[in-house]
Design a protein around this ligand. Sequence first.
Ligand code: NAG
Length: 338
Amino acid sequence: MRMPRGGRMLLATCLGSLFVLVLYFQTITKPEPGVNTDSRPGKSRRSPLQTLYNGDQQLELLAAQRSLQGRRELLEQACLSHTRKRQVLSPEDLKHLIVDDKHSLIYCYVPKVACTNWKRVMMVLTSDGRYTDPLSIPANEAHVAGNLRTLSEFSVPEINRRLRSYLKFIFVRDPFERLVSAYRNKFTRSYNTAFHRRYGTKIIRRHRPEPDPEEIEKGNNVLFHEFVQYLVDPRTQREEPFNEHWERVHSLCHPCLIHYDVVGKYETLEPDAQAVLRLAGVEGSLQFPTSGKITRTDGNMAARYFKHISPFYQKKLFNLYRMDFLLFNYSTPEYLRT
Ligand SMILES: *[C@@H]1O[C@H](CO)[C@@H](O)[C@H](O)[C@H]1NC(C)=O
């Protein structure tokens, strides 16, 4: 017989007493009728959620819808077979879910998966006409907390109402391509001094044999295998949660508790983004900025970086990110030697 883990029980008890728990039932497949009309009198446009589940589809859209449906079903199945039941969310867990009340959308942002552009688009959608072109919004502006509303800001009934009636979408990416992208962006660019100081110094201190004092002080030039050792070191997550750039989608967006209606993929960013904008009823007026975003090296970057990682660490890292592989139908990479 397996014993429950003491730590987890204690944590659950603490959370239970500190937070108002969000009770969110996953039984909805159809939106509530008329949910969209009361807030916007005079408008009878369908909500994106209604369009997705009972829209009068044109034939050319059906193929795209079917593949979205396939991903949804796969996610649901993977959740059933790989997660324990009876988890609850607290509002704190919903900080990555961005809300657009005007178009009834909820987007969970995952860093390194076109999230700057999605935040720009969400700013255009919620701006009441102040912005029309996503690319006119500076990247740093898109990341300012407070420019967009997140689900965690609302009361529990208001959270649940939105979860029931809004179209919820997420964009994911091959977990190791995303990880390598985060590493390159945060540790190999000399301008990213904040990350070097915040994480690089610790990584070098712990995982570089005989570092020199300047390396320890600045945290520059963290090597990929040092970053990997940091990730799989049990101390790391005991001390604090992963930074969002390498935190797993499973932990950022809770895809087994939040019933995402659209699972978009970075590998098919353009058509998937278009599908979301179409469901939101804005595809005529708004285009998702993708040009130049995906370079030719994307899609095989991880293989190059993993060559220098020992099978021992490859296996540990795969276990760490396993849920993201399983939930979003990414197969075990062929370059792994585990
Ligand atoms: C899952 O991945 C496999 C292999 O890449 C693919 O053939 C299949 O269509 C995918 N399934 C879904 C539901 O996306």
